[in-house]
Design a protein around this ligand. Structure first.
Ligand code: NAD
Length: 476
């Protein structure tokens, strides 16, 4: 069979962008200004490890500075390249606009397989990379604020924050130079789970709209739906865990690097996750069927497919075989432009990455605001809220004393009503609100215009329109 020609990741993003602007009325100059990536910085630096100097290549790309700071994760993976960071930076611009976080788009990456290094080596490499970026203001609380992505997490963000603070000893806002930090280093409750939580909230909002569920050829609620997840890392693990334990969904397939696990009765997500952490993969996990060719499980019969690992996994070679009527793109760019077209023709509904995984940047925004305000969310109002609730409860108790036993509060009402919201509850509330509003803004365009037939183009239209307005307001 002749090799199929796929566009690169960045070309894929541009093709999707072009499809949307084709339906908009933007001056060509402005359209081009929004599409292009403003700048990409490539750095090569040496670190002395194991007795010799090793050279690493890293990137930080800034797609759009219509709002600053610009924001986007830093990825550690061996396949990182300029095309990929530029595609991811562009997606960040549109994502931030769609969920109304006041940032431009950026992304960074380091060509490295983090599993090949000891923790202290990774610290040296990360600090050196952070130094190179900070030196050029590509890490800076008011200009460019990274976050975790594939291969990085809280630990790396804490090193970056500390490195920046060492270089800027008098900057009172230094902690706001990066998000996704651990709580004890200026992080916020709920950031680790945020992207997976956002996927859950996105699906909940989708299933609140029966018309949309019908468009995917399904009915009912999330309860009992069969889900296949690819990648049980930060995003995939949290999404799968919450959907199974809180919404009654069944995780019937988990795909990892070394193969997949399937079980029609539903997999125990936490047990599989523990197995991966301890054994480095899913192979030999006892309570499920192991499939060596993991990618084949993307084609398994299920209700919802959640690609949560890497880009381009649903492409021209397998799009026709995908059976899930609903795909939610937890990863960035998991469906290529060519596959997107095939799936759209088949009637598959795709909840696009730009929206689906925006939970991370949303809670990162809350963390950045927390760092700049130097106070934990809820600290001022929590006890005051509780005191006001106490007034109502006291009054209800006084009335029930008069009315007798027939009129009494439910046993747990008092305790639940009295408790003021802590930071985690506020973060979840802000995230839920963001995901609901952003979904409705896409949905309005999806159902409101005859020339828009899918959520992705709707998302691009909403996002590009906002970016365009912002450029216009600047006089461009
Ligand atoms: P992660 O490194 O925590 O997890 C990735 C998982 O995918 C790992 O378990 C890895 O083993 C698995 N994986 C890698 N290659 C695979 C393959 N070929 N087949 C199956 N599984 C494979 O990364 P993450 O932070 O969860 O990010 C995953 C995706 O979500 C990326 O596309 C990232 O850009 C996107 N994303 C992440 C965040 C975030 O907050 N972390 C936010 C938005 C988007």
């Amino acid at each position: 069979m002749a090799a199929v020609q796929e566009p690169s990741f960045r070309q894929s993003v541009d093709l999707m962008f072009n499809r949307a602007v084709g339906l908009m009325d933007l001056p060509p100059g402005l359209e081009q200004k929004i599409r292009v990536c403003n700048a990409t910085y490539t750095v090569r630096f040496g670190v002395r490890l194991r007795g010799e100097i090793q050279t690493f290549t890293g990137y930080r790309s800034v797609h759009s500075e219509h709002m600053e700071p610009v924001k986007g994760g830093i990825r550690y993976a061996i396949g990182v390249n300029q095309d990929e960071v530029e595609a991811l930076a562009a997606l960040m611009t549109y994502k931030c606009a769609l969920v109304e976080t006041p940032f431009g788009g950026s992304k960074g990456g380091l060509c490295i397989d983090p599993r090949q290094y000891e923790e202290h080596e990774l610290e040296l490499i990360t600090r050196r990379f952070a130094y190179e970026l900070a030196k050029r203001d590509l890490i800076n609380p008011s200009q460019n604020v990274p976050a975790p992505d594939m291969g990085t997490g809280e630990r790396e963000m804490a090193w970056i924050a500390d490195q920046f603070a060492r270089m800027n000893t008098t900057d009172i806002n230094a902690k706001a130079c990066v998000t996704g930090k651990p709580l004890n280093a200026g992080g916020i409750s709920g950031r680790v789970e945020a992207t997976g939580r956002g996927v859950q909230y996105a699906l909940r909002e989708f299933f609140r709209n029966p018309e949309d569920v019908k468009a995917a050829g399904m009915e009912g609620k999330l309860d009992g739906k069969r889900i296949v997840v690819q990648g049980l890392g930060n995003v995939g693990f949290h999404a799968a865990k919450f959907l199974a334990s809180e919404d009654g969904a069944k995780i019937t397939g988990i795909i990892e690097r070394d193969g997949a696990l399937v079980d029609d009765r539903g997999l125990d997500v936490e047990a599989v996750h523990r197995w991966i952490v301890n054994h480095g993969g899913v192979k030999d996990y006892a309570d499920a069927t192991y499939v060596e060719d993991g990618a084949k499980v993307l084609e398994q019969d299920c209700d919802i497919l959640i690609p949560a690992a890497l880009e381009g996994v649903i492409n021209l070679t397998n799009a026709n075989n995908i059976k899930a009527p609903l795909i939610i793109e937890a990863a960035n760019g998991p469906v290529t432009a060519g596959a997107d077209e095939i799936l759209r023709k088949k009637g598959t509904v795709i909840i696009p990455d730009m929206y689906a995984n925006a939970g991370g940047v949303t809670v990162s925004y809350f963390e950045w605001v927390k760092n700049l305000s130097h106070i934990r969310f809820g600290r001022m109002q929590r006890r005051q809220e509780e005191a006001r609730h106490q007034l109502v409860v006291d009054e209800l108790e006084r009335l029930s004393d008069h009315l007798g036993d027939a009129w009494s509060m439910k046993p747990d009402f008092k305790q639940r009503y009295l408790r003021g919201a802590d930071e985690l509850e506020l973060v979840r509330s802000g995230l839920d609100d963001t995901m609901r509003i952003a979904y409705q803004s896409m949905r309005e365009v999806w159902h409101g215009r005859d020339d828009v037939t899918d959520l992705r183009v709707a998302a691009y239209i909403v996002a590009i329109d906002r970016v365009a307005k912002s450029y216009r307001a600047k006089g461009l």
